[in-house]
Design a protein around this ligand. Structure first.
Ligand code: FPP
Length: 246
């Protein structure tokens, strides 16, 4: 393990979120269909889940299918749906053994009944696991999330405040990410966790997602550890708070 991963138990990110970008380019470079890139992306996700467990990261949230991804070619969309069902069948027992709890985040009512049942089964099978919470954002969009939370509050005639909205977002069960990583060289959020990213540290990697591994995760964590998180305070205020006994 590197110095970055050793430092994790004290100062490392509790919650990491990842935009797993670059599967298509990884495949194109090898003259393979884009779905081959997504299949390889699953392998990268497996590596990163294991690395997060051993580094005592408590929550990993990944962007697997965005609200906008429906606009992709039909064969790629159906390939991703099939991949999700396949991954669940193959990986859930292994994830369960590793103590990983799976939670799906997004508008699942638009998914096929078969997929919806598979999601519910995976969630209930792994519900009591505590090593790592793996949130898979599927048919997710940050704008959808804020709108659905506001709509729920309005329907219940509840006041819409920062606190009530945060408690009604689809990630209310796990809080905001400390670190958001985006692979694939692009530097944008692409409608991922828009509200929740308010104070997240952003780290961008040029690696294409299928090439991402534990070393690159440690590099991102190292960059995170080198940052000063101020949450709107001054640097002096942050230092004073850190020196005060808790
Ligand atoms: C973005 O790369 C990636 C996706 C839209 C899909 C992400 C899915 C996985 C990593 C597989 C895990 C999935 C499941 C079902 C758990 P891109 O296709 O936009 O790549 P490009 O920018 O190179 O075209």
């Amino acid at each position: 393990m590197t110095a970055a991963s050793e430092a994790l138990s004290s100062a490392g990110p509790r919650h990491i979120a990842i935009v797993m970008d670059g599967n298509g380019r990884w495949a194109s470079k090898r003259m393979l269909p884009r779905t081959a890139g997504h299949h390889q992306g699953v392998e990268a996700l497996r590596r990163v889940v294991t690395a997060c467990v051993s580094r005592q990261v408590k929550v990993l949230t990944v962007f697997a299918f965005s609200s906008e991804n429906w606009k992709r070619p039909a064969d790629e969309v159906s390939g991703l749906m099939t991949l999700l069902a396949m991954v669940l069948a193959k990986e859930v027992p292994k994830l369960h053994k590793e103590g990983v709890r799976l939670q799906f985040v997004g508008a699942r009512e638009y998914l096929s009944e078969r997929v919806q049942i598979a999601l519910l089964d995976a969630e209930s099978h792994t519900r009591s696991n505590t090593a790592l919470l793996l949130n898979v954002c599927f048919n997710y969009g940050g704008r959808w999330d804020i709108a659905q939370a506001a709509a729920k509050l309005a329907a219940a005639r509840e006041p819409i405040t920062e606190e009530s909205l945060a408690q009604t977002l689809s990630t209310a069960h796990c809080g905001d990410p400390d670190l958001i990583i985006r692979t694939g060289g692009e530097m944008r959020l692409s409608n991922f966790l828009l509200w929740q990213a308010a104070y997240s540290e952003l780290v961008f990697s040029d690696a294409l997602w299928p090439d991402f591994d534990a070393q690159l995760l440690d590099d991102a964590i190292g960059a995170y550890l080198a940052r000063e998180r101020r949450f709107g305070l001054t640097s002096d205020q942050v230092s004073d708070a850190a020196e005060r006994p808790s």
